[in-house]
Design a protein around this ligand. Structure first.
Ligand code: ADP
Ligand code: MG
Length: 559
């Protein structure tokens, strides 16, 4: 039996790891399954380039709870380690075998999907275990090794009689971490972090209907139909989908595939997304993913399902602040990049150059997609406008590059459900809607019902009236007013509209409640309301205290 000291410069690194390395103890499972996945992917790679005699087969990873023994097992059928390799990779804290592998097989392995990076993940096991064992048999023709460590810098390493290839990690769960012996807890962790990892992960078994058995129906002696019970079979409970949609080529996917992946991501969302954007870039950084535009609710706080960030199919976080432009955090979906560091702090992430590039790439991609949706099927785009406008308006407010691109497809709906781009709107109203300073006046309503009579009055004069009712619309208008030359927005019921009309001096006088009531009573009998509109407030100072207008549609009804 070999004995030795784990090669670290501090006296005892474990208390440090336990305290500082990860704030979340639960990620130990993600780290160990990542290592098991790496070990399997490495073997796959070696098999593909003929550097192993071992048969790759159909390897899986198994997670097993031994409640009585207070142990948690993570078992893989990957490339395993020789005793020498255990010394090298495990006993040297912060030496990453994953990185070494990628260095060694530079070109051929760069797309192998290997996760490890820092050479620290394994030690996260000591956050929840007070003793860890590794039993491992290399794909090379060498005896298996058994490493044990109780959390002190001392370890033991001895031979073992394991004969099948791969590695078993055994965690002796500490007294303060017994939650990780609960099936429900492990199951939910697996679902959270490992749902889309590339190697099948088994957690227990489950019963399913035997696909080879169709229950027979026979008549009993009374002539009644009886059906024999469906045969069940027990199969491995595989908790992950190793080939999630974002890892595939867009050309291999149908619209329905994207929708069903959406449901897989967000099992509690019943409404289909409006559309998706498949991200796929390998220069100057690697990134894949699928973003979905959901129907936006006005209440942004209600958007609980968020974009999920993955690194090589391992879930990292659903807090993508700083990685995705803020206005796009309202979208849903997945972003996967090996270039996003797994274990670093948020402030570091935000300063990271690669991350900044990712953010502007995503913003550009989203703009391109919106533009092509608009160009290819304008009618459909218009129909969706109400559900996506918040994102686009918010994007135009906060991101100048997005603003420039969005000019091509940002829409201005009118009260009559027409949709103009800014340019179209401009051309439409430039002749008729300027004030005496030659400023373009864009009229809008924020509520069709409340401002009905004003809207009709403006339309009667041949003006276009927009319907702008998103929660950020006032900021949006301000942005346009400062970006564009000589335009201003005016609500239909503002006095601004009179300047546009360019009547001589006008003033709005308000009637008090009693006067209004009296007038109302009076007019009701003399003015047929199906033919005329009565406005009690907006009238000229030199005219009668009310205005009767006859809108176009009423006029036409009469004809
Ligand atoms: P990293 O994964 O970042 O390289 P870890 O601390 O997670 O660092 O693991 C250290 C090294 O130990 C790995 O790079 C790998 O060489 C080795 N190792 C860990 N787990 C396994 C495993 N299940 N099978 C084979 N080798 C493993
Ligand atoms: Mg690792």
């Amino acid at each position: 039996m070999a004995k030795g000291n784990i090669n670290v410069s501090v006296e005892n690194i474990f208390p440090l790891i336990k305290k500082f390395l990860y704030s979340d103890h639960e990620i130990f499972l993600r780290e160990l399954i990542s290592n098991a996945t790496d070990a399997t992917l490495k073997l796959k790679h070696l098999a593909s380039i003929g550097e192993t005699k071992s048969d790759y087969g159909n390897p899986i990873i198994e997670v097993k709870i031994d409640k009585e023994g207070k142990k948690l097992h993570i078992i893989d059928q990957g490339l395993g380690m020789t005793a020498e390799e255990v010394e090298k990779y495990i006993n040297q804290v912060a030496f990453s075998g994953a990185e070494e592998f990628l260095d060694q097989y530079k070109d051929s392995a760069k797309d192998s999907g290997i996760i490890g990076h820092f050479g620290l993940g394994f030690y996260s096991a000591f956050m929840v275990a007070d003793k860890v064992e590794i039993i491992t048999k290399s794909h090379k023709d060498q005896p298996a090794a058994h490493w044990t460590c109780d959390g002190s810098p001392e370890f033991t390493l001895e031979p073992h009689d394991k004969t099948d290839r791969g590695t078993e990690i055994i965690l002796h769960i500490a007294e303060d971490s017994t939650e990780f012996l609960e099936e429900a807890r492990i199951s939910s962790l697996l679902r959270k972090y490992n749902k889309f990892m590339p190697i099948p992960i088994k957690f227990g078994t489950k019963e399913i209907n035997d696909p080879d058995h169709t229950p027979k129906t026979t008549k009993d002696k009374d002539g009644k139909d009886t059906t024999e019970p469906q045969k069940k079979i027990t199969v491995d409970n595989i908790i992950n989908n190793p080939n999630p949609a974002w890892t595939k080529q867009p050309t291999d996917l149908e619209d329905e595939d994207y929708k069903s992946f959406y449901r897989e991501l967000y099992p509690t969302q019943f409404e289909d997304p409006l559309f998706h954007i498949h991200l796929n870039v390998d220069y100057p950084f690697n990134l894949t993913g699928i973003l979905y535009f959901p129907k936006m609710t006005q209440d942004l706080a209600m958007q609980k399902d968020k974009i999920q960030l993955y690194q090589n199919q391992v879930f990292v976080t659903d807090n993508v602040e700083g990685i995705v432009p803020e206005f796009l955090t309202m979208l849903r979906g997945v972003i996967d990049s090996p270039d996003i560091p797994l274990n670093v702090s948020r402030s570091y992430l935000q300063a990271d150059g690669a991350v900044k590039k990712i953010s502007s790439y995503i913003s550009r991609k989203v703009a391109d997609k919106l533009k092509s949706l608009f160009n290819n099927n304008r009618e459909d785009f218009e129909a969706k406008w109400n559900d996506i406008k918040i994102v686009i308006e918010y994007g135009m407010l906060s991101d100048d590059k997005f603003f420039e691109k969005a000019e091509a497809f940002a829409l201005f709906p009118t009260v009559d459900d027409k949709y103009y781009t800014y340019e179209e709107l401009y051309n439409k109203i430039k002749a008729n809607q300027t004030d005496k300073d030659d400023k373009l006046v864009i009229l809008y309503a924020s509520n069709k019902d409340e401002q009905h009579s004003y809207i009709e009055a403006a339309k009667d004069k041949g003006y276009e009236v927009l319907l702008l009712d998103s929660p950020i619309v006032s900021h949006f208008m301000q942005k346009l007013e400062t970006t564009k030359d000589k335009i201003s927005f005016a609500r239909v019921d503002a006095d601004h509209i009179d300047k546009l009309i360019q009547k001589e001096d006008t003033a709005i006088s308000k009637l008090d409640e009693d006067q209004t009531k009296a007038l109302d009573e009076l007019l009701k009998d003399v003015v047929p309301s199906e033919k005329f509109m009565v406005q009690l407030e907006a009238m000229d100072s030199n005219a009668t205290p009310f205005m009767i207008t006859q809108p176009e549609f009423m006029r036409r009804m009469k004809e």
